[in-house]
Design a protein around this ligand. Structure first.
Ligand code: EPU
Length: 418
């Protein structure tokens, strides 16, 4: 199994080009199932989750040609199904539910089950589809959804859900009548998806705000679209500069995608400037402790909580980090503690008291963002850190060791026994 070996203590300096956003790519690839015409997507990140989505498209009968630009042709859907073997490796597989149902009138999608960061049910996706006239049944671990033709509906999400908003927005493009989504997720990836769907002939207004209106159309056409950059990858590299006392410029993501995070990093003493799709962060001599509460966009992203906590382990003072989105997203705490961090967890709240330095140690990655947190900790630590099970990291970060090496980090991919 691959591991990352990091000899810490080197301040990172330089520019890093950010990859297309995984969490924009996955719904867009699912959206290709809404049309029989050619769907071309540029700036695709070569990541494990993208491979899983390609296998899912193949399973439905869609054809695709590989590369950073993918051309998908779902002329006919032979199999309106997402099988367990694929869904269990990637929860976002459930994004095909809305498109398959809207296009073919039925969908058979495996329930994802729990995952490391929490239970993550799909009840809100299903409730919304039922409101649009779908008949839903659950048996033998599968959701079966049927609707000859979905109907527009007024849907108020009980909780802000990113993939829920995406699934229903996609389904509503081909429904009869108008669908209004309230308490919708406002992530930049949702606005990107809506922009692409509108280029295909959909009628969507308000995406990127909490109220989205979709007027159904009889069919969607082909499209050529370029993905937005990955704001979480950008945030991770900026924090790599913050924790190592360096200065890094990310290229490919505008500051507006990360405003709350940048504000918190500025409060921690970092100096930040931005222009167009470039963001530069220069670290202070020592970071200051800053409290953070995760929230749906435009709040502080849960996907950057673990990385921010790594920064706070060596900040001056004590701070509180509250996780409000997922119930089990503090798994990095035990590993950070093994590296010398002083963290106490009380339910969904972590109290972090900065220590003078972290020490390298063998640690275990437990999920994607926890892995990124351990990489940051390893970059700042004195001595050698071996991060095991980095297959989690490879799901979301392209060529992480190459990008870090170019910024001056001493990092290499090695084989480990576990
Ligand atoms: N929720 C429900 N019922 C539902 C849907 C969601 O109770 O039907 C709850 C969830 O359990 C969670 C909260 O609502 O407590 C928010 O979950 P959401 O549905 O927004 O999460 P998601 O759509 O499954 C996406 C990203 C995640 C990111 C979250 C939150 C994709 C493919 N995934 O997940 O990304 O953490 O939004 O921003 O877009 C990652 O990239 O590491 C990652 C986990």
């Amino acid at each position: 199994m691959d591991a990352l070996e990091i000899n810490g203590g080197v301040p990172l300096h330089g520019d890093v080009t950010i990859t297309g956003a995984k969490n924009a790519a996955l719904p867009l690839m699912a959206a290709s199932l809404l049309t029989s015409k050619t769907f071309v997507l540029h700036n695709l990140p070569p990541l494990q989750d993208i491979q899983t989505m390609k296998r899912l498209l193949t399973h439905t009968g869609a054809q695709w040609q590989d590369g950073r630009t993918i051309t998908i042709a779902a002329e006919t859907i032979q199999n309106a199904e997402a099988p367990y073997d694929l869904v269990k490796t990637m929860r976002a597989s459930s994004l095909v539910l809305g498109p398959l149902l809207a296009r073919t009138g039925n969908a058979h999608v495996s329930l994802p089950g729990g995952c490391a960061i929490g239970a993550r049910p799909l009840n809100l996706h299903l409730k919304a589809l039922e409101a649009m006239g779908a008949e839903i049944s659950i048996a033998e671990g599968y959701i079966t959804a049927r609707a000859k033709k979905l109907k527009g509906a007024h849907i108020i999400f009980d909780t802000v859900t990113v993939t829920g908003t995406e699934n229903i927005m996609m389904a509503a493009t081909l429904a009869d009548g108008v669908t209004v989504l309230e308490n919708a997720a406002q992530e930049p990836e949702i606005a990107d998806l809506a922009q692409c769907l509108n280029k295909m002939g959909a009628k969507i207004e308000g995406a990127g705000s909490s109220r989205i209106t979709i007027t159904g159309v009889p069919a969607l056409g082909g499209v050529e679209h370029t993905l937005v950059g990955d704001r979480i990858e950008a945030g991770t590299y900026l924090m790599a500069a913050a924790i190592t006392g360096g200065s890094v410029t990310t290229i490919g993501v505008p500051a507006s995608f990360l405003q709350d995070t940048l504000d918190k990093l500025a409060e921690a003493g970092c100096s930040i400037s931005s222009q167009g799709d470039r963001i530069t962060l220069t670290a202070p001599k020592q970071l200051r402790a800053v409290d953070v509460t995760t929230a749906p966009f435009p709040g502080f992203a849960t996907d950057l909580q673990a990385q921010f906590m790594a920064c706070m382990t060596i900040a001056q003072g004590t701070c509180v980090i509250r996780e409000t989105i997922f119930e089990n997203r503090f798994m990095h705490v035990a590993e950070l503690s093994r590296m010398g961090a002083d963290i106490k967890v009380d339910g969904h709240t972590a109290h972090i008291t900065g220590v003078p330095h972290l020490s390298g140690a063998p640690v275990m990655a437990t999920d994607l963002r926890a892995s990124a947190c351990l990489v940051l900790a390893g970059l700042a630590a004195q001595g050698t850190t071996e991060i095991r099970r980095i297959y989690h990291l490879d799901r979301g970060y392209e060529h992480v060791e190459d990008k870090l090496q170019r910024l001056g980090a001493r990092v290499s991919r090695v084989k480990s026994r576990s």
